[in-house]
Design a protein around this ligand. Structure first.
Ligand SMILES: [Fe+2]
Length: 378
């Protein structure tokens, strides 16, 4: 799992007047809305006696610890320790928890989990159709008991639909193959596209122009976000933007923004949601049972063919981001007996201030970037 990327934390609609506990990258966070309606995200453990801030409540712009009433602002700074009493010394500056940058878009609260200063942060994947006339977007959420890399590789895989999804013919088509494709790389990801004449399945088959080719492609952005663009025919298109958050090594929470340029009335959202659920359940039957649950480290440890080129590119890009020193050392974390230690995802504040109560998660040391890597070329 990688720090220094934006991750989807919660649906905006789920964040009302109570703090919410969110687990990401194997650690707990509290997400709350302050009195101005701004979403905030802090490390969840109070540095005093280690209570869960998410079990407390919101008071004005602060989240209040349920154990001793310590009040933390959105900056992470503690601003009130009730036991000090009135007229006592001010709260010491080092009484603070990590606070993470937040942006709220597309009906989702996104949190930057890492310590990079603003100018160096990889951007969030954009959804240009969100407020574009002629498009309708709806946001939904689901969970998978699978490692995030397994989830992303599944989405990037042009060969699985024929066997896993309702559009495919499961070996009944003697002409089936994955057409050759090019991988287009960009600063923070890569994508591909294939054209095929699909056996139209599902709801949309009644409306599409059956004589037309379908063009479909997927582009990943960072370690756990991707968009699948399906041009069903010349007029109808569906884009699926997935913001997948590693809850831990074995669980992925997926926030999906579906954009369509037909049946744009909101009342058709339920059709889009039903289609998405069908597809997710089809994938779930396979990817929750892959072994090992956490993919091999070496790209050559499982066997790949030509159609897997985009997945191999994804694996290579992950290695580049790991080489920057952004990978959490889950091996070292696993050596801590369960329930006996506490680590925190480092926030940008750790680069500016000294004196943090709890240690940051251990990271795999940076290495030389692999030759020919995107970052090395740039
Ligand atoms: Fe799939």
């Amino acid at each position: 799992m990688l720090i220094n990327f934006w991750y989807a934390a919660e649906l905006s609609a789920s964040l009302r007047d109570k703090p919410v506990k969110v687990r990401m990258l194997g650690q707990n966070f509290v997400v709350f809305r302050d009195s101005h309606g701004l979403a905030r995200c802090l490390s969840n453990v109070c540095i005093h006696r280690c209570a869960s801030l998410a079990d407390g409540w919101v008071s004005g712009d602060r989240v209040v610890c349920p154990y001793h009433g310590w009040e933390f602002a959105g900056s992470g700074q503690c601003q009130r320790i009730p036991s000090l009493g009135p007229g006592q010394a001010p709260v010491p500056a080092r009484v603070r928890v990590d606070s993470y940058p937040v942006q709220e878009r597309y009906g989702i609260v996104f949190v930057f989990l890492g310590d990079l200063p603003e100018a160096e942060r990889p951007p969030l994947m954009a959804v240009p159709e969100w407020d574009q006339p002629g498009w309708r977007c709806n946001t939904s959420e689901f969970s998978l008991k699978a490692n995030y890399r397994r989830v992303v590789e599944n989405a990037l895989d042009p060969a699985h639909a024929e066997y896993v999804h309702v559009v495919g013919r499961r070996g009944q088509d003697p002409e089936y193959s994955v057409p050759a494709y090019d991988v287009q790389e960009s600063e923070w990801g890569a994508g591909m596209e294939v054209r095929f004449r699909s056996q139209a399945g599902g709801f949309w088959k009644h409306f599409r122009d059956q004589s037309r080719e379908t063009v479909a492609g997927t582009t990943f952005h960072g370690p756990s976000q991707f968009v699948t663009r399906i041009h069903i025919d010349r007029k109808m298109s569906v884009y699926q933007y997935a913001f997948d958050t590693p809850v831990d090594l074995f669980t992925t929470r997926s926030f999906l923004v579906s954009a369509r340029n037909f049946f744009t009335a909101p009342l058709f959202d339920f059709v889009s949601e039903r289609q998405n659920r069908v597809i997710v359940e089809e994938d779930r039957r396979v990817i929750e049972h892959l072994e090992p649950a956490v993919p091999f480290e070496s790209s050559g440890a499982d066997f790949s063919v030509k159609a897997d080129a985009i997945q191999l590119c994804y694996r290579r890009r992950l290695k580049e981001w790991e080489a920057r020193g952004w990978r959490i050392d889950t091996g070292r974390l696993a050596a801590v007996p369960p329930g006996t230690g506490l680590h925190v995802i480092p926030s940008p504040g750790r680069r500016e201030l000294r004196g943090w109560q709890f240690p940051a998660v251990p990271l795999v040391a940076p290495t030389e970037l692999p030759e020919g890597s995107q970052a090395a070329r740039a």
